[in-house]
Design a binder for this molecule. Structure first.
Ligand SMILES: N[C@@H](CCC(=O)N[C@@H](CS)C(=O)NCC(=O)O)C(=O)O
Length: 421
């Protein structure tokens, strides 16, 4: 019988922590994917006052904090070797569990989350987090000099906590040169993630090739002539177009979510969108047309080729009141786009920030294959933070001018923007 229901967004390595611990004791959890907006409801907060994930719901106990949930599984069997058999080993395991949380997990989040656009980027804070993670990795590297496992001669809860905590680091930011500085940790991590019970819940984890990087915001634009705006747009396109880097970052970010955690997903079925009747509009052609031509040339091409194989959507951020600095708002768009990687073949979007620091809004337009918002889009973790309003074809004429302005970044109050292509 399952120990209870773990709730989180899918592929969270903190969920895998509990699942792996359970597996070593021949136990298991059920899992329920939980949209993040449901973590702030009064009912959820009454049980889980931090409003975070993962959590455990069970008839016996409701728990938050992933290490406590993992401990619940590790201790569910009397004298489980996962928790050590001597007093000294029990204390050593506790030492590494605390170390994983306080010296690694928190600082890894402070390093990675801003690069993924999930938290605002503040350089001194990120630099401090990097130094703290490096200090902890140095300590871990020394401890692993002569050891396969942290405590004793087999996997304990200490290893489960440390390895699942390292996932965000090794998949997002620890590229080869950095990995080589912590060779013992890297050997340890790669050995353990390849063990059956780890692999079952973490999936095949790629080692980071191109680390996530912060893309500095462009200077805030003074309202300028159309030519000036066009120049800025082209600059953005160039940084989007060599775009390999951007894509790799987005892929790395989405890989984190796709590869981390959960029973290894079956290979993704082909998108349902591939079975739609053909359209005379080919997404790749449109992206090329948009990238290589003035918007004044690209848009008539779009209207000419647009048919019911595609739909247009006005997109508005739901929480504009909470936005602060323009560059942070633009980073939010970047984070959203990173999580839309699966939709790249089927969607194109121009999202912009209008307004000024502490008084701005995010909005845009998306062109999407098919007539509905597809799974590839609504599955993105922060989809729920945006309202997607379909532009009915009967409104195309009246909306043409507005859509043009969004594509050309000529909207009044334009401050910054990003193109999803
Ligand atoms: N120390 C906590 C960290 C949990 C945590 O920060 N979860 C993030 C997702 S990875 C979250 O729910 N964030 C939402 C929020 O901060 O409101 C644990 O190990 O469970």
């Amino acid at each position: 019988m399952a120990l209870g229901v773990l709730k989180s967004y899918p592929n969270n390595p903190d969920v895998a922590k509990a699942q792996i611990a359970a597996a070593y004791n021949d136990l298991e959890f059920d899992f329920e994917a939980l949209p993040m907006d449901q973590t702030k409801t009064p009912e959820y907060l009454a049980k889980f006052p931090m409003g975070k994930v993962p959590v455990l719901s069970s008839p016996t106990v409701d728990l938050f904090e992933s290490s406590a949930i993992g401990y619940y599984a590790a201790s569910a069997k009397d004298n489980s070797p996962l928790l050590g058999l001597t007093h000294a080993d029990k204390a050593l395991i506790m030492q590494w569990v605390m170390f994983a949380q306080a010296e690694l997990s928190n600082h890894i989040r402070e390093w990675v989350a801003p690069l993924r656009g999930v938290h605002p980027y503040l350089k001194p804070a990120v630099d401090t987090a990097i130094e703290r993670v490096k200090r902890a990795l140095g300590a871990l590297n020394s401890a692993l000099q002569t050891k396969t496992y942290l405590v004793g001669e087999s996997v304990t809860y200490a290893d489960i906590c440390i390895v699942t905590t390292l996932v965000r680091l090794y998949t997002n930011v620890l590229d080869k040169p950095l990995r080589d500085q912590y060779k013992n940790v890297t050997r340890y991590y790669t050995t353990l993630i390849n063990k059956d019970k780890f692999k079952k819940y973490l999936g095949d984890l790629p080692l980071c090739e191109t680390p996530l990087k912060y893309m500095p915001p462009k200077k805030e634009k003074k309202p300028a002539a159309a030519a000036e705006k066009k120049k800025q747009k082209q600059k953005q396109q160039q940084s989007d177009a060599p775009k390999q880097k951007d894509k790799e970052e987005a892929a790395a970010a989405s890989k984190e979510e796709e590869k981390e955690g959960q029973p290894k997903p079956a290979p993704k079925p082909k998108s349902a969108l591939d079975s739609l009747p053909p359209s005379k509009l080919k997404m790749d052609d449109w992206k090329r047309m948009y990238s290589n031509n003035d918007t004044a040339i690209a848009m008539p091409w779009l209207w000419e080729h647009l048919d019911d194989g595609y739909s247009l959507w006005r997109v508005d951020y739901k929480y504009n009141d909470e936005l602060t600095l323009v560059f942070m708002s633009n980073n939010l768009i970047g984070g959203f786009f990173a999580r839309l990687e699966r939709a790249r073949k089927y969607a194109f979007g121009s999202m912009i920030v209008t307004g000024t620091n502490n008084n701005n809004a995010i909005s845009g337009y998306f062109l999407i294959r098919g007539q509905e918002v597809p799974e590839e889009v609504y599955d993105a973790a922060d989809f729920d933070s945006y309202t997607f309003t379909k532009v009915d074809p009967s409104q195309y004429d009246e909306k043409k001018d507005e859509i043009f302005k969004y594509m050309a970044w000529e909207v009044d109050g334009f401050a910054d923007g990003k193109i999803f292509k």
